[in-house]
Design a binder for this molecule. Structure first.
Ligand SMILES: NC(=O)c1ccc[n+]([C@@H]2O[C@H](COP(=O)([O-])OP(=O)(O)OC[C@H]3O[C@@H](n4cnc5c(N)ncnc54)[C@H](O)[C@@H]3O)[C@@H](O)[C@H]2O)c1
Ligand SMILES: [Zn+2]
Ligand SMILES: [Zn+2]
Length: 363
């Protein structure tokens, strides 16, 4: 028998989200139903609402969530009812070309629930990133549930499920930041600030935050930025060179997802430096660079899906660092809100007033 719960749905391109009754089926083989305790509002949810990801409306939004396993289907062994989990969108298959090459972080066939959640009239929903957690319960593949220490509160721990992991991983996994290196992070939202925190964890000694908002730059200092540049007022490439002996930074991270920002990141790094694109561009955006610069500068240009993380390895590690006071997950939570406040939270995100608004479900 299906569960009947409330969830936040984007019905059509650009239209405000609405709260709808959602039917969540009992878990089938390999699936789990999770009672959501908290779910953060990520810019990617807004991309979905605006048609920037694909056109598979209606979307059940929300994907940065923590909760408790409520039911499991046949054959599920990695989690049990009552387990405290953070949901992930990289349940690796173990069998695709990437997995077989020992590179599961690139898994090309990640698992999602096979069954569909629906609206009350039977319309099938597309859950954001295969999760759909702005809902009291959601259906996922059991591999999307990563057990973590329940001592970490859900509003903070849930953020590891997407933006914070993407940012931290962009620095420590994709960018492979080393002790003593210089790092510039463009865009200091939840993802960018997590990249700053990741660079600090990895031991970077010069961490330059770039944004167009002074408030965001102020907050970035709390996560470990040693210098800040307002790129509306100052040319960030020149400013970053000035802060790195004229050379440019070792690692430049674009956490905005805009060609103009990517170009700044490209030119702001040192010869043989690494450029990491973790911000998500929208369809139609194009990057044009002189080929001689791409060749001549050497180094690497990499995109960072989900911070090249492995949830089973990285979520428990970051929760442990959090519980030891070495990684401040709480600082990403600007406010906790109710399920009915997601549209307003998009507005606040758009205006740059918050890092993360987090929907909390009162149990
Ligand atoms: N790669 C991944 O796996 C992954 C995961 C989660 C989110 N994302 C993407 O990362 C990006 C950031 O997400 P977020 O949740 O932090 O968003 P956000 O809206 O909270 O933050 C974006 C920040 O960029 C700043 N900004 C905007 N234009 C700028 C410019 N021209 N120069 C410098 N700064 C600028 C804004 O002031 C803001 O502080 C989005 O594109 C999101 O979709 C990627
Ligand atoms: Zn795979
Ligand atoms: Zn996200």
């Amino acid at each position: 028998m299906a569960y009947e719960v409330k969830g936040v749905v984007a019905r059509s391109k650009g239209a405000p989200v609405t709260i709808e009754t959602i039917l969540v089926p009992d878990p089938g083989p390999g699936e789990a139903v999770v009672d959501i305790a908290a779910c953060g509002v990520c810019h990617t949810d807004l991309h979905y609402r605006e048609g920037g990801i694909n056109d598979d409306y209606p979307f059940l939004l929300g994907h940065e969530a923590a909760g408790t396993v409520a039911a499991v289907g046949e054959g599920v062994t990695n989690v049990a009812v009552g387990d405290y989990v953070v949901l992930n969108w990289r349940a690796v298959c173990g069998q695709c070309r990437a997995c077989l090459k020992g590179e599961p972080k690139y898994c090309f066939a990640t698992h999602n629930a096979a069954q569909k959640m629906t609206l009350a009239d039977g319309t099938e929903l597309s859950p954001a990133l295969g999760i759909g957690a702005f809902a009291e319960k959601t259906l996922v593949h059991s591999g999307q549930c990563t057990k973590v220490d329940p001592a970490a509160p859900p509003a903070s721990a849930g953020l590891l499920g997407c933006g914070v992991m993407a940012g931290v991983g962009a620095a420590i996994n994709t960018g492979a930041v080393q002790r003593g290196e210089s790092v510039a992070v463009f865009g200091c939202g939840g993802v960018g600030d997590a990249a700053i925190a990741g660079a600090k964890l990895a031991g970077a000694t010069t961490i330059i935050a770039v944004d167009i908002s002074d408030t965001k730059l102020e907050w970035a200092r709390n996560f470990g930025a040693t210098h800040t540049v307002n790129s509306k007022e100052t040319d960030p490439v020149e400013a970053i060179k000035a802060l790195t002996d004229g050379n440019g930074c070792d690692v430049a991270i674009d956490a905005v997802g805009h060609p103009a920002v990517f170009e700044q990141a490209f030119y702001a790094r040192d010869l043989a430096g690494r450029v990491v694109m973790v911000g998500v561009p929208t369809p139609g955006m194009e990057i044009t660079l002189p080929a001689t610069e791409v060749f001549g500068r050497g180094g690497s240009i990499k995109s960072s899906w989900y911070g090249d993380c492995l949830p089973s390895r990285d979520f428990p590690m970051l929760v442990d660092l959090y519980l030891q006071g070495r990684f401040d997950l709480d600082a990403f939570v600007s406010e906790t809100i109710g399920l009915g406040d997601v549209e307003e939270a998009f507005e606040k995100m758009h205006k740059g007033e918050v890092l993360r608004s987090v929907v909390v479900f009162d149990k």
